[in-house]
Design a protein around this ligand. Structure first.
Ligand code: GLC
Length: 778
C-alpha cells in the first residue's frame, strides 16, 4: 500500500487543518437549579449531576436536552446529596463535601475544585464545544506537572502526557509499536496525577473518540465523532480513590475462580483431541502446574461456533472429563461471526428469530471472518443477548466453565477491518448505527456470554476472556492484550500496558506470555514466564506457524526455571487471591504502577520496567537479552530482596544482579505476604498456609486483609468465606501480630496460618494475638 511508503508524508497529503472552527456553548441564558442543575446556553444545553460527593457528571447536548439514560457502562444513578448552591450575578457555585464547581455564566464555563480550593479540572477560553459535522469536544487546562494514565489498552509508556490517542476497537495483528493506536479495547477514561494528587475523567461516549495530550502545551482535549459531551469527573484525591470512584460508576471485576488465576496453556491451535491429551499428560508427567488448556479455532467444525469437529475431536465430553480428573479445564474460543450456511442450526436460528445485525433497509450484514461469509448477532438487543447466552449450554453441558471471546471488535476481513458503520443496531428499542455502537459490540457480547454462562453453571463462577471491550468490560471479562510478538520490546511494553489497563478498572489482564506471533526463544520465554507468574492473567499463547513454546520446548535447563516460576505462581496464590478480592471490592488493580502507592515520588511517575503486586511487593524483572544486572528504583522504606535476603534502602536506585533463574522481588520491611504451597495438579488446595513477615524494627504498622473461600462458587455471597484483617507492628523489641477482625464462616483445609519471620533480630520477640504463638488459628 502506498500509505506504507514515504508517500504517507507527501506534502500534498491532507493533514489536520488548523482552520477547524469549534463553536462553544456560549453565554448562559437560563438556569434551573432545582433538581438536576440545568443550564440553557446560546449554543447548547447542559446538565450537571452529582453521583456522590466526589463524582460529578456534566452533560452537554448542542441540539436537544441532554440524554441522561443512555449509558452502556454506568451502573448507578445520581444520588441526592447535599449541594450548597450560590447564585451570583456572574457565577453559580455548587459545593459538596468534596467538590466545588465554579460556573462562570458569560461565557458558560465550569471549573472544578477540591474541598481545599485546589483546581481539579478547569476549562480554557474554549470550554465545551462542537463542530457542524457533529464532533463534540472539551478543552481542559493542562498543568506543567500533569501526568496522565489509564486510557485502557495502549502501547507505549506509562505516562501518556505528550500522546494523542484514539478509541476505536481495532483488530491489529501487526505491528504493536509504541505508536500503534487504537487497539482492541476502548476505555475513554484517564487519571491525572498533579503534584501527588489524582483525579479522574470518564468520557462516556461510545463513538470514535480522541484524547489529545500532545498538540498544545497549555491544554488538552477529549472529543468524539458524534453523540453528546457526557463526562464524569472524579475528585480522588489519592490514585486509589479515583479507581474506587471510577469502578463505583462502571463496576468491578467479579471475584474470579482460583483456577482461572492459575497457569493457562494455549496455541493457535492444538488441533486434535490426541494432541490435547498428550499436552495435558506432559504437564502431569513433568509436574508443571497448569489449570487451563485453551482450544483455538481448530476445535470447531469449519469454524462454526457451538460445534466440535467430530473428526479431530470425536468425544469432547470425555476429553473434558478426563482432563478435569487431571486437574485441568478446557476453555474454547467463541467468535461472534456465525457462518452463512443454511444447513447450520445456529445460522438458521439467527435468521429465523431475526437476531443478526442488519441495515436499516432490512438486509443482513455479512462480513468475512474465519468461517468465510458470516452474519453477526446483534448484541445490542436483549433478545439476541439472551439467545447467545443460552446457546452456551452447548459448552456448559460438557463441563466447560470458561469461554474465550475473540474477534469481537468485531473484526472483519475487509478494508475497514470491521462492520459497516451504517449497520443499524436494534439497541434495545432505540435503533442506532454501528458508528455509535462499534466500541461496545465486544462489551455486549461479553455481557451476553458471562450472564448466560452464569445462569447455566448453577452457582459456579464463569470465566470469560475477551479481546475487545469498552469501559466496564471488567464486570464480565478478563482481557488479554491481543496479538503481540515474541520480541523483547513487547515483553517490555506489556508492563505499562497491563498497568494502564489496571488503572482503567481492568484488574484481571495480561499479555500472551512468550509472544503470540514470531518465534520465541529460550531466554525470552523464560524471562517472560517469570513476569507472567506475577501478572494478573497468566497464559502462554502462540500463533499458527511459529515455534511451539510450551515450557519444555527448549530443554531441561529452561524447563526447570519455568517450572519453578509457574509453581511460585501457585505458592503465591493466597496472596494473589486476596488481592483479587480487593479488586472485586474496591476496583484496585492487582498489578500496579509504583506511583499508585507512592504518589508523591516523582521517580515513579513514568517507571515502566517495574511494578507492584499489591501495596508491598515490587518486581523488577530482567527485560533484555543476555542481561543479568539491572537498575532498580526502590521508593521510601527498606526493601528485602527475596532471593538474597539483602535489605535495600528506599529512595535510591540499586544495581541488582539476577541470573536467568532469578527474578528480583522486593518486599517492604515491616509488611507481610501470605503464601500457600504447590502440591500437585490434582490437588491444588494447600494444606499449609503461612504468613511471611519481613520484620521491621522502627514502629512500622502494616495492615492488610487476607481473604479465602472455596475459590469456585458464589457461596461466599452467603457468608461462606474467611476474611481476616491483620496488623503487623514492628518494634525494636517486639513484633506484634493481631487479627483485628475476623469474618465469615468458611472452613479452609488448613487450620492455621503459620508465622514465619524473616529478619527477626535477636532482641525481638513475636507476639501473636497477645500470646507467644507461632501461628494464627482459624
Ligand atoms: C486472533 C487472536 C488470537 C487467536 C487467533 C485465531 O488473532 O487474537 O489469539 O489465536 O485469532 O483464533
Amino acid at each position: 500500500m502506498l500509505e506504507d511508503t514515504s508517500f504517507a508524508i507527501h506534502p500534498g497529503m491532507e493533514h489536520e487543518s488548523k482552520a477547524i472552527v469549534y463553536r462553544d456553548v456560549g453565554n448562559l441564558i437560563a438556569e434551573d437549579l432545582t433538581d438536576n442543575y440545568q443550564f440553557t446556553c446560546e449554543n447548547g444545553n447542559i446538565v450537571i449531576q452529582f453521583y456522590t460527593d466526589s463524582i460529578v457528571r456534566i452533560t452537554m447536548n448542542q441540539h436537544n436536552e441532554p440524554k441522561l439514560k443512555h449509558s452502556k457502562t454506568v451502573m448507578v444513578d445520581k444520588k441526592d446529596i447535599n449541594v450548597d448552591v450560590s447564585n451570583k450575578e456572574n457565577q453559580i457555585i455548587l459545593t459538596t463535601k468534596q467538590l466545588q464547581l465554579i460556573i462562570q455564566k458569560f461565557p458558560f464555563r465550569v471549573d472544578i475544585f477540591d474541598n481545599h480550593g485546589n483546581e481539579i479540572l478547569a476549562e480554557t477560553d474554549r470550554g465545551m464545544a462542537f463542530r457542524e459535522n457533529g464532533e463534540i469536544i472539551a478543552f481542559k487546562k493542562m498543568h506543567e506537572t500533569d501526568h496522565f494514565y489509564g486510557f485502557g489498552e495502549k502501547t507505549g509508556h506509562l505516562d501518556k502526557r505528550g500522546e494523542k490517542m484514539e478509541m476505536w476497537n481495532s483488530d491489529v495483528y501487526a505491528p504493536h509499536n509504541p505508536e500503534t493506536d487504537p487497539l482492541y479495547e476502548s476505555i475513554p477514561y484517564f487519571m491525572t496525577l498533579r503534584n501527588g494528587k489524582a483525579h479522574g475523567v470518564f468520557f462516556d461516549n461510545t463513538y470514535r473518540s480522541k484524547f489529545d495530550m500532545k498538540s498544545n502545551p497549555d491544554y488538552y482535549t477529549f472529543s468524539a465523532e458524534g453523540g453528546q459531551l457526557d463526562y464524569y469527573v472524579m475528585a480522588g484525591p489519592e490514585p486509589k480513590d479515583v479507581l474506587e470512584q471510577y469502578t463505583y460508576l462502571t463496576g468491578r471485576i467479579p471475584l474470579p475462580s482460583k483456577w482461572s488465576l492459575g497457569y493457562h496453556q494455549s496455541r493457535y491451535s492444538y488441533e486434535t483431541e490426541a494432541e490435547v491429551r498428550e499436552l495435558a499428560q506432559n504437564f502431569i508427567d513433568k509436574e508443571i502446574p497448569i489449570d487451563v488448556i485453551h482450544l483455538d479455532i481448530h476445535y470447531m467444525n469449519g469454524y462454526r461456533v457451538f460445534t466440535f469437529d467430530k473428526e479431530h475431536f470425536p468425544n469432547p465430553e470425555q476429553l473434558i472429563k478426563d482432563l478435569r480428573e487431571m486437574g485441568i479445564r478446557i476453555v474454547p474460543i467463541v467468535d461472534p461471526g456465525v457462518k452463512k450456511d443454511s444447513e447450520y442450526a445456529i445460522y438458521q436460528e439467527g435468521v429465523n428469530q431475526d437476531l443478526f445485525c442488519k441495515y436499516i433497509e432490512g438486509q443482513t450484514y455479512f462480513g468475512e471472518v474465519w468461517p468465510g461469509i458470516s452474519a453477526f448477532p446483534d448484541f445490542t438487543d436483549e433478545k439476541a443477548r439472551n439467545w447467545w447466552g443460552k446457546k452456551h449450554a452447548f459448552y456448559t453441558n460438557m463441563g466447560i466453565e470458561g469461554i474465550w471471546n475473540d474477534m469481537n471488535e468485531p473484526s472483519v476481513f475487509n478494508e475497514t477491518k470491521t462492520m459497516d458503520v451504517e449497520v443499524m443496531h436494534r439497541n434495545d428499542g432505540e435503533p442506532t448505527t454501528h458508528r455509535e455502537l462499534h466500541n461496545v459490540y465486544g462489551l455486549l457480547m461479553g455481557k451476553a456470554t458471562y450472564e448466560g454462562m452464569k445462569k447455566q453453571l448453577n452457582g459456579k463462577r464463569p470465566f470469560l476472556l475477551t479481546r475487545a471491550g469498552f469501559a466496564g468490560v471488567q464486570r464480565y471479562a478478563t482481557v488479554w492484550t491481543g496479538d503481540n510478538r515474541s520480541f523483547w520490546e513487547h515483553l517490555q511494553m506489556s508492563l505499562p500496558m497491563v498497568m494502564n489497563l489496571g488503572i482503567s478498572g481492568v484488574a484481571f489482564t495480561g499479555p500472551d506470555v512468550g509472544g503470540f506471533a514470531h518465534d520465541t526463544n529460550a531466554e525470552l520465554l523464560t524471562r517472560w514466564t517469570q513476569v507472567g507468574a506475577f501478572t494478573p492473567f497468566f497464559r502462554n499463547h502462540c500463533a499458527i506457524g511459529f515455534r511451539y513454546q510450551e515450557p519444555w520446548q527448549f530443554g531441561e535447563k529452561y524447563e526447570s526455571i519455568m517450572k519453578k516460576y509457574i509453581q511460585m505462581r501457585y505458592e503465591w496464590m493466597p496472596q494473589l487471591y486476596s488481592l483479587f478480592y480487593e479488586a472485586s471490592e474496591r476496583g484496585l488493580p492487582v498489578m500496579r504502577p509504583l506511583f499508585m502507592e507512592f504518589p508523591e515520588d516523582e521517580k515513579t511517575y513514568n517507571l515502566n520496567d517495574q511494578f507492584m503486586l499489591g501495596d508491598n511487593v515490587i518486581l523488577a524483572p530482567i527485560l533484555q537479552p543476555s542481561v543479568t544486572d539491572r537498575a532498580v528504583y526502590l521508593p521510601k522504606g527498606n526493601w528485602v530482596e527475596l532471593v538474597t535476603g539483602k535489605v535495600y534502602e528506599g529512595e535510591n536506585t540499586h544495581l541488582i544482579h539476577a541470573e536467568l533463574e532469578d527474578l528480583p522481588i522486593f518486599v517492604k520491611q515491616g509488611s507481610a505476604i501470605i503464601k500457600g504451597e504447590w502440591i500437585s495438579n490434582k490437588e491444588k488446595t494447600p494444606k499449609h498456609v503461612s504468613m511471611d513477615i519481613y520484620a521491621g524494627y522502627s514502629g512500622e504498622n502494616y495492615q492488610f486483609t487476607y481473604y479465602d473461600d472455596d475459590g469456585e462458587t458464589f457461596d461466599y455471597e452467603n457468608g461462606s468465606y474467611l476474611k481476616l484483617d491483620i496488623e503487623v507492628i514492628s518494634n525494636k523489641d517486639k513484633l506484634v501480630v493481631n487479627v483485628i477482625n475476623k469474618k465469615g464462616d468458611f472452613k479452609p483445609r488448613y487450620q492455621e496460618i503459620d508465622i514465619n519471620v524473616i529478619g527477626l533480630s535477636d532482641g525481638q520477640e513475636v507476639v501473636v494475638n497477645g500470646q507467644n504463638h507461632t501461628s494464627i488459628s482459624i
